[in-house]
Design a protein around this ligand. Structure first.
Ligand code: C2E
Ligand code: MG
Ligand code: MG
Ligand code: MG
Length: 283
């Protein structure tokens, strides 16, 4: 590209910046039509009980296969959806779809749905949870809403109120990516989270023998236990990591070692798999 500029200094250093803004503009344009073009899908990743290895829940993870851009990473389009507030209608779709799938699973299996701060600040958030539950017939205790600490940065009291409404319905709430953000124990005093999800970075570094990470996971598990909250270790990829997580007393494990995010049909089929059924009855 620098060649095209023909020695014009203006173009020598600006193309990268311009290309970035242009790509973002194009992505945003496509994102605006993605819902009505049916370009979204959910992938479901299993979460297993650390002791029995039985599936206790699935986390619903949004996938965007754009006609113009192909498969776009959530790391790219979720922030864009948040900035444009498109995450509000998209998040409603995710809730509806996740609940519609979860009713097909055995009664003890729950579904976890991620919610952004923008969604919690929307006055209709709890109404959209109610509507997803009633339209699917899913029992509220089978739905868990995952949020990160970042939701407390902007309007903490509004976010807290929204989560309290959801809890009053009987749904669980989980604190996602714990330890990566602006962790303050104050949040844990304000809201009765059902689950704390220990971020993958702690799991990874603990498995390499990092003393600090080990101590932090231990402390989080002890704290969660005494507050009657469950703990999930995120991103376990190796047997070594799984073994360590068990020793540290995390109750649930999520990660590629047990299963990658999979299409809805595969999640449902898992429960008809004889190997899975054998494991469940052994547990
Ligand atoms: P998250 O909620 O922390 O989800 C877990 C992420 O870790 C997922 O990435 C999952 O694929 C990945 N993961 C799980 N196990 C492993 C592992 O063993 N190794 C590695 N390397 N990665 C693992 P994904 O699907 O790319 O999603 C990224 C983030 O995008 C999510 O992080 C969540 O914050 C956000 N997100 C995804 N779907 C939604 C949604 O429907 N709504 C909102 N608001 N955010 C969403
Ligand atoms: Mg999550
Ligand atoms: Mg997470
Ligand atoms: Mg994460």
């Amino acid at each position: 590209r620098a060649k095209d500029s023909g020695g014009n200094a203006h173009f020598v250093y600006e193309p990268a910046l311009h290309a970035h803004a242009e790509e973002r503009r194009q992505l945003e344009f496509s994102l605006r039509n993605a819902l009505e073009n049916n370009e979204f899908q959910l992938a479901f990743q299993p979460v297993v009980d650390a002791d029995t290895e039985g599936v206790v829940s699935f986390e619903a993870l949004l996938r965007w296969n754009s006609k113009e851009h192909g498969s776009v990473s959530p790391a790219k389009f979720i922030p864009l959806a948040e900035d444009t507030r498109l995450i509000v209608p998209i998040g409603e779709w995710v809730l509806q779809e996740a609940c519609r799938e979860a009713v097909k699973w055995p009664d003890h299996v729950r579904v976890a749905v991620n919610a952004s701060g923008e969604q919690l600040l929307d006055p209709n958030f709890s109404a959209s949870v109610v509507s997803a539950l009633s339209q699917s017939g899913l029992s509220p205790h089978r739905l868990e809403i995952e949020v990160t600490e970042s939701i407390f940065l902007r309007d903490a009291s509004q976010a807290q109120a929204a989560l309290e409404q959801v809890m009053a319905l009987g749904c669980g709430i989980a604190l996602d990516d714990f330890g990566t953000g602006y962790s303050s124990l104050g949040y844990l005093r304000k809201l009765r989270f059902s689950t704390i999800k220990v971020d993958r970075s702690f799991v990874q570094s603990a498995a390499t023998g990092n003393i600090e990470s080990l101590a932090i996971i231990r402390a989080v598990v002890a704290m969660a236990d005494s507050l009657d909250m469950s703990t999930t270790a995120e991103g376990a990829e190796t047997e070594k990591e799984v073994k360590l997580i068990r020793e540290l007393g995390c109750r649930k494990i999520q990660g590629y070692f047990f299963g990658r995010p999979m299409p809805a049909q595969d999640a449902e089929a898992l429960f008809r798999n004889p190997h899975y059924l054998a494991k469940q009855s052994a547990a």
